[in-house]
Ligand binder design. Structure first.
Ligand code: M6R
Length: 614
């Protein structure tokens, strides 16, 4: 939520900042702004809208200078407009500051500053910080890094900030608490800063992930220094980035979302690579090896996540219960943390997050960790906060997911949960050898089967055309397909703004059936398996009320074909693996409906990719 970028070095800052903001735009796109320091002073341009609007606003007017900061905003305090856009500037025009997060005690701080003569231009919590730093500089006569540190001692909340000062040209000061910041170390004194590594990778592969409570001083002449909030020097740990630049481009697709849907055969394969060993009939998850025994002996597993990751967690519940015979509770991270849950030292908590930065999930982890539980992470973004605070974990290896609607991250998460559940079940002896081997073979065949599902795109597009003007949609599934129904509904509502609900198929008769009329598309996952006949009966119930049924069926199905209005066939697989195939046509359906409705597929309104505020 909110993208931050900074540069200091020997090159012109503006082009680096603007291209960095384009990479970070998926984190928020309510407004954008840039500030550049030159020998002539501080130049600031900002406006409501997207980075392209900012470029138009700058309109070729040069912003020369080799030190600069940029911001793309997801509004929390104050509506998205030019004034509330970052950077915010001190009254004397010396300081410019950008911020991601929320300053919780901004109201009393603001009151105090106003009483001392400070005038606020914006409605943001952020503006408090720039005046506070300015105030400290005046009162204490301290330099920029020390003034930032002293200011932060008074601040409650979450932040990643970057500040620059006309009196300290060639320097950026950054600080983080609960919001991510990555530093890139280039050649000849070039330093980069960003909310994630995507704007940095084209300049350097050497990065430092800032820790909570750290303050970094990026200085053209003196290089990088890191201190903690108590002013103790810290040694920066430099790591090598592994992201490939092509992964950040659309690669010929019209949207990132479509590209990411099509990447799934590869991303699922990458999630299994080096872990699923067919020849030796084994699964090895190196990242959790030391915790395997604890998982095998677990009396209970808690899964915490949000959004799509929560849906993957629900699939995980079914998997762990079926194969490892461990009771599982799947929790919305945001609810878990506020209801004093019962957690004990034998509990295993699996935290799932694509970004690894979701504030609610991080807070749930901290709570469970504080009560002695073992935390296992499933994250996509390498080096992310969640990946670092968990005891152990496995990366999904889906590659960067840029589209705000999560697609390949979901299938990678489900793949990893499948590997974990099968591995624990195998070690524990709750799944027999023959069944284990058969499931490994099925799992290994999934990427090729996803390729086949992708071939249904033209048919899905045709169906999308028919239902693109629907006002509501119902998604039904049972067993492993229930979380898929939830995920299909989330995809449709978040990118096409059609109200959609996911329901367990059998629950329909307890309420939602009242909604069904001739206009209502009902998307049913009705693949062969344990509850096939029951779901067929549910389809009959919808048809009896003249609802329109779009059914996802197993290849060769004739029964549902005879009842439903449309059927989309997917290859046969084990019940437990159906989510990996059945979700794909639902992703394509929401994509095409959104495109046909003229919606911004990759950057849907009001959303942000990485939700770093509570
Ligand atoms: O990065 P995370 O997986 O923790 O994100 C969780 C949700 O914010 C995310 O899945 C969100 O629901 C997506 N927009 C869904 O497509």
């Amino acid at each position: 939520m909110c993208g931050i970028v900074g540069y200091v070095g020997g090159k012109e800052a503006y082009p680096i900042l603007i291209s960095g903001l384009k990479r970070l735009e998926y984190r928020g796109y309510d407004s954008a702004g840039i500030a550049v320091l030159s020998p002539d002073g501080l130049a600031v341009r900002k406006c409501k809208g997207r980075v392209s609007d900012l470029e138009a606003h700058v309109n070729g007017t040069p912003m020369p200078g080799t030190t600069g900061i940029g911001h793309t905003r997801w509004a929390t305090h104050g509506e998205p407009n030019d004034v509330n856009a970052h950077p915010h500037v001190s009254a004397n025009g010396d300081l410019a500051l950008i911020h991601n997060g929320i300053i919780e005690n901004y109201a009393p701080l603001k009151e105090e500053l106003i009483s001392r003569g400070y005038r606020f231009k914006s409605e943001t919590d952020t503006e408090v910080l720039v005046h506070l730093i300015d105030d400290i500089q005046r009162k204490e006569g301290t330099d920029l890094p020390e003034s930032v540190r002293l200011a932060l001692e008074n601040v409650v909340g979450a932040y990643a900030i970057v500040v620059m000062d006309r009196k300290h040209p060639g320097m950026l000061v950054a600080a983080r608490k609960s919001s991510p910041l990555v530093i890139g170390i280039g050649e000849e004194g070039d330093h980069y800063l960003a909310s994630d590594a995507t704007p940095i990778v084209e300049h350097t592969r050497n990065v430092v992930y800032m820790e909570d409570g750290e303050i970094a001083i990026l200085d053209k002449e003196h290089g990088l220094r890191i201190r903690n909030i108590k002013n103790q020097e810290k040694h920066p740990s430099i790591q090598a980035l592994e992201i490939q630049l092509e992964a950040l481009e659309k690669g010929g697709f019209e949207h990132f979302m479509l590209k990411e849907i099509y990447e799934q055969p590869r991303s699922i394969r990458d999630s299994m690579r080096g872990r699923l060993n067919l020849a030796q009939s084994d699964i090895v998850l190196g990242g959790i090896k030391d915790y395997e025994k604890r998982m095998v002996n677990a009396k209970r597993i808690l899964i915490v996540a949000c959004g799509t990751s929560w849906h993957a967690g629900m699939v995980g519940e079914y998997l762990f219960e079926e194969f490892a015979r461990i009771p599982v509770e799947v929790e919305y991270a945001s609810e878990f943390r506020y209801r004093n849950p019962v957690i004990n030292e034998e509990d295993i908590v699996i935290a799932i997050s694509q970004s690894g930065e979701t504030a609610d999930t991080l807070a749930a982890i901290e709570l469970a960790k504080g009560r002695g539980a073992t935390i296992i992470g499933i994250c996509n973004v390498v080096g992310s906060s969640i990946a670092r605070v968990t005891h152990a974990g496995s990366y999904t290896h889906a590659g960067p997911e840029i589209g705000v609607a999560s697609t390949k991250a979901f299938t990678a998460q489900v793949t990893l949960l499948t590997l974990m559940a099968l591995m624990i079940g195998h070690r524990k002896g709750t799944i027999n050898g023959a069944k284990f081997q058969q499931l490994l073979m099925e799992l290994d065949a999934i990427p090729a089967k996803v390729e086949r599902v992708l071939k249904t795109e033209a048919q899905v597009k045709y169906i999308s055309e028919i239902y693109k003007d629907a006002r509501n949609a119902l998604y039904l599934g049972r067993g492993y397909s229930f979380p898929v129904a939830l995920e299909g509904a989330l995809k449709l509502k978040e990118i096409s703004y059609i109200h959609a609900e996911g329901y367990p198929a059998a629950e329909m008769k307890h309420g939602p059936i009242a909604l069904i009329d001739e206009e209502m598309p009902v998307i049913v996952i009705a693949t062969q398996g344990a509850s096939y006949e029951k779901v067929v009966s549910n389809i009959q119930e919808v048809k009896a009320r003249k609802g329109k049924v779009i059914a996802i069926v197993t290849e060769g199905d004739t029964v549902v074909k005879g009842i439903a209005d449309h059927v989309i066939e997917i290859p046969d697989t084990a019940d437990a693996l159906v989510p990996l195939l059945a979700v794909v046509p639902l992703q394509l359906f929401s994509y095409h409906v959104a495109v046909m409705r003229g919606c911004n597929v990759d950057q849907p309104r009001n959303l942000a990719k990485s939700v770093t505020v509570e």
